[in-house]
Design a binder for this molecule. Structure first.
Ligand SMILES: Cc1cc2nc3c(=O)[nH]c(=O)nc-3n(C[C@H](O)[C@H](O)[C@H](O)COP(=O)(O)OP(=O)(O)OC[C@H]3O[C@@H](n4cnc5c(N)ncnc54)[C@H](O)[C@@H]3O)c2cc1C
Length: 366
């Protein structure tokens, strides 16, 4: 028997929600404290593609979390849909990369992780003529619709008795004998048993603030702005995710098409710019001329929790015995989320881990 501690999460994005769900299923008393509303930050802003962009160009630690996550999604989405009535719109739309200079590396990565990859089919080549040379189509890659997935997990957690505290920004911590005894906002104080900080892009600053007088948490996590827009289009205008030169189109089930995204190192500034909007819409219309007159419905920005290599921190604090972190998922919080949550759960409950936990420790390269 492993003991399941009662647990408090600081932050209410996809990372905390997926992690909290595992503890709730195991029977723990779970509390989530969120400074604004659940799932309104990076997790709301993202595209929901369940694969890193060009994963073979990234550290293997990212694939190690991605592969079990993408295997977990079909059942997760179905269970959430059934339990809450909210459909996360898990959709196997496939992912087409039009031209790859490193196609051989991509094929090796597919073979290593048993991901089915082939060249673009004739219909795709007709729409995207640049595909003829070095394209790669991954037919099994899926997407979720972020706001719907977040809503359904929140509802599922409420049904499981998880306490959700919104509009509450944690800014203080009490430590006694190497244990956190309470955490607090300006207005409220919470006694805690176990604490997980999953505060996305704010995690680095928050840890520096909370632990200024005590044991520092060495988690170099910083905000990286991404701007994105959504175009109005009729159903079935496009049926696959298309990726070219680090930018992409994601067709949703209702026909609307997301276009993303910028990568900007601008601190905690979430403003959008005309220049980014124009560059995204130019990309969308050049890649897929059927969007020539498609109106832009919405344009927004979110703050990704950046790390130098895109590898998250999933670890217990070496000295504070009841503190752990699950943060820094950068561009892949959805693609890595379920396995990251599972790893955190195994670490906190002192179980053997299903993947190499060392890759995500404070002492590892991130
Ligand atoms: C434009 C864009 C496109 C993306 N596309 C994809 C994609 O296609 N696929 C993919 O896998 N990933 C994608 N991502 C990345 C993904 O969205 C993130 O990795 C993921 O959302 C991170 O989740 P999180 O829960 O760690 O952070 P967040 O969702 O930011 O949640 C952290 C939460 O902590 C709260 N918080 C902060 N400080 C405090 C405090 N002091 N007290 C209480 N609460 C606090 C915040 O308010 C926030 O709600 C994209 C991101 C962006 C911006």
């Amino acid at each position: 028997m492993h003991s399941i501690p009662d647990i408090t999460f600081v932050g209410g994005g996809i990372t905390a929600l997926l992690s909290a769900r595992l503890f709730a299923i195991a029977g723990a008393n779970v509390t989530i404290i969120e400074k604004s509303r659940i799932g309104q930050e990076s997790s709301w802003a993202g595209g929901g593609i369940l694969l890193p962009l060009y994963p073979w160009r990234q550290k293997d630690a990212i694939s190690q979390l991605t592969i079990p996550s993408i295997q977990a999604y079909p059942e997760l989405a179905q269970t959430l849909h059934e339990s809450t009535g909210i459909d996360p719109e898990y959709t196997v739309s496939g992912l087409l990369m039009t031209e790859l200079a490193d196609l051989d590396k991509a094929r090796d990565w597919c073979a290593k992780y048993a991901i089915d990859g082939c060249t673009a089919n004739p219909a795709q080549q007709k729409i995207f003529p640049q595909c003829k040379g070095r394209s790669l189509y991954l037919k099994d890659i899926a997407q979720v619709r972020n706001p719907r997935l977040l809503k359904s997990i929140k509802q599922d957690l409420l049904q499981r008795g998880v306490k959700i505290v919104e509009n509450c920004s944690i800014n203080k911590i009490q430590i006694s004998h190497n244990r956190i005894t309470s955490i607090a906002s300006a207005a409220e104080n919470f006694s805690v048993n176990h604490v997980v900080i999953a505060a996305g892009a704010w995690t680095g600053d928050l840890c520096r603030q909370l632990f200024a007088q005590t044991k520092q948490v060495q988690a170099d996590i910083f905000p990286v702005k991404g701007q994105m827009l959504i175009l109005d289009a009729a159903e079935n205008t496009l049926d696959t995710i298309v990726l070219e030169d680090d930018r992409y189109l994601i067709p949703r089930r209702d026909g609307k098409i997301l276009c993303g995204s910028t990568v900007e190192y601008t601190d905690f500034d979430k403003s959008t710019s005309e220049q980014a909007k124009q560059s995204l819409v130019d990309f969308a219309r050049k890649l897929f001329p059927a969007l020539e007159s498609a109106p832009i419905i919405h344009h927004w920005a979110g703050l990704r929790p950046g790390t130098q290599l895109g590898i998250p921190f999933i670890d217990k604090h070496p000295e504070i015995s009841n503190l752990a972190i699950n943060a820094g998922h950068f561009r892949n919080g959805f693609a890595m989320g379920p396995a990251a949550a599972q790893l955190l759960y195994e670490i906190i409950t002192n179980q053997p881990t299903s993947i190499d936990a060392g890759l995500y420790q404070f002492s590892a390269s991130h």
